[in-house]
Ligand binder design. Structure first.
Ligand code: FES
Length: 140
């Protein structure tokens, strides 16, 4: 489920041409405590969309300054304490949140625009013990 201030699936985020090849586009939706900051990186025709919140201290990767990528353009970088994330899957490979990952979401290209895709389903929660036969994600 999307946070309330997030764009809805199918909403236009920007024109594809607004995201430079090898660069990023970002936007902050909402205000005060109800925000949904996003960053979309582009490599050729591929787009990588993440919530712009670092899993270390939940701060914006770029400090809202607009700089997200390492010099090689292959990784996202958190200016706060130097965490480095793989562009492909958002996993932190260096820095204080090693192994954790950025929260990804889907975007689609429709005509000349980039639109919000589907929010990922939460992963099923494993049973608390091997004998628990309750369905995944059921409140216990
Ligand atoms: S908040 Fe990103 S590395 Fe600390």
């Amino acid at each position: 489920m999307f946070p309330p201030v997030a764009p809805k699936p199918g909403d236009t985020l920007c024109a594809f041409a607004e995201i430079p090849d090898g660069g990023t586009w970002s936007r902050l939706y909402g205000e005060a405590r109800e925000i949904f900051p996003i960053v979309v990186a582009r490599k050729g025709e591929r787009l990588y969309a993440y919530v712009n919140v670092c899993p270390h201290q939940f701060l914006p990767l770029d400090g809202y300054q607009g700089a997200f990528l390492t010099d090689d353009g292959d990784h996202l970088y958190c200016m706060q304490h130097g965490a480095v994330f793989r562009l492909d899957d958002g996993v932190c490979i260096e820095g204080p949140c090693g192994g954790r990952r950025l929260l990804a979401f889907a975007v689609e290209v429709r005509g000349a625009d980039v639109v919000m895709g589907r929010w990922p389903d939460p992963p099923p929660r494993p049973p608390a013990d091997p004998n628990d036969r309750s369905p995944p994600n059921r409140a216990r």
